[in-house]
Ligand binder design. Structure first.
Ligand code: SF4
Ligand code: SF4
Length: 172
C-alpha cells in the first residue's frame, strides 16, 4: 500500500498488500488486486486512498528483526498481526512460498514460542486457513468472516482445532 514506517525500510516496488488484504471501504475482497493498484508500481489514488490503506503497515515494514528476505514482494506473502497472533497471508499465486528456506523454520519457531504464550500462528491463502503448531498443521479449510477458530488445549499444548460460527450480536 506504499506506506512507510519509522524504520529505514520502505515498500519500494512491493504492492502485495494491495492484493492480499481485504479493504472494506473499497469492497475489495482479499486476494484480488485492488483496481487502483499498479502492481510493483504503486497506488493510483495515493493521495485519496482509504484510511484502511493509510493506516496499514505489514509486519516486515515495522519489525527490524525481519531482514530483506522477508520483504513481501520477495517472500510472496505478507505478515500481519491480529489480536490472536501472527498471520502469514500468502499471495495465492504462490501458496507454498512460506514453506521455503528460510521462512518455514522461522515460522515453526514462532509456533513453538507462540504455544507458550497463547499466540497463534496461521497461514491464510484465500479463505483457507492453516493453524501451525509445534507438532502439526491443522488445515481448517475455508473460514468465513462470521466464523472463528477454537483451539482445544492440554495445558499450553494445542491438541485440536476447529471452526465455529459466531452468532451475530442480538439487537436491543
Ligand atoms: S506488503 Fe508491506 S512492504 Fe509491501 S506494500 Fe504493503 S506495507 Fe509495503
Ligand atoms: S487504494 Fe491504493 S493503497 Fe489501497 S489497496 Fe488500493 S492500490 Fe492499495
Amino acid at each position: 500500500m506504499t506506506s512507510s514506517s519509522d524504520t529505514s525500510k520502505r515498500c519500494g516496488d512491493c504492492t502485495l498488500c494491495c492484493k492480499v488484504m481485504e479493504i472494506e471501504q473499497l469492497a475489495k475482497p482479499a486476494h484480488a488486486w485492488c483496481p487502483h493498484c499498479r502492481p510493483r508500481q504503486g497506488c493510483t489514488i495515493y493521495q485519496d486512498r482509504p484510511a484502511e490503506c493509510r493506516d496499514f503497515s505489514c509486519l516486515w515494514l515495522v519489525n527490524d528483526l525481519l531482514d530483506e528476505a522477508w520483504q513481501p514482494s520477495r517472500a510472496k506473502f505478507v505478515l500481519t498481526t491480529s489480536e490472536d497472533g501472527i498471520e502469514v497471508r500468502c499471495d495465492p499465486g504462490f501458496p507454498d512460498a512460506w514453506r521455503r528456506v528460510p521462512y518455514y523454520a522461522e515460522i515453526r519457531e514462532w509456533a513453538v514460542s507462540g504455544e507458550q504464550h497463547d499466540v497463534t500462528v496461521i497461514v491464510i491463502t484465500g479463505r483457507r486457513v492453516v493453524l501451525i503448531t509445534p507438532e502439526r498443521e491443522f488445515d481448517l479449510g475455508e473460514v468465513g468472516p462470521d466464523e472463528r477458530i477454537v483451539r482445544e488445549l492440554e495445558g499450553t499444548r494445542v491438541v485440536d482445532a476447529r471452526v465455529v460460527r459466531v452468532d451475530p450480536p442480538v439487537e436491543p
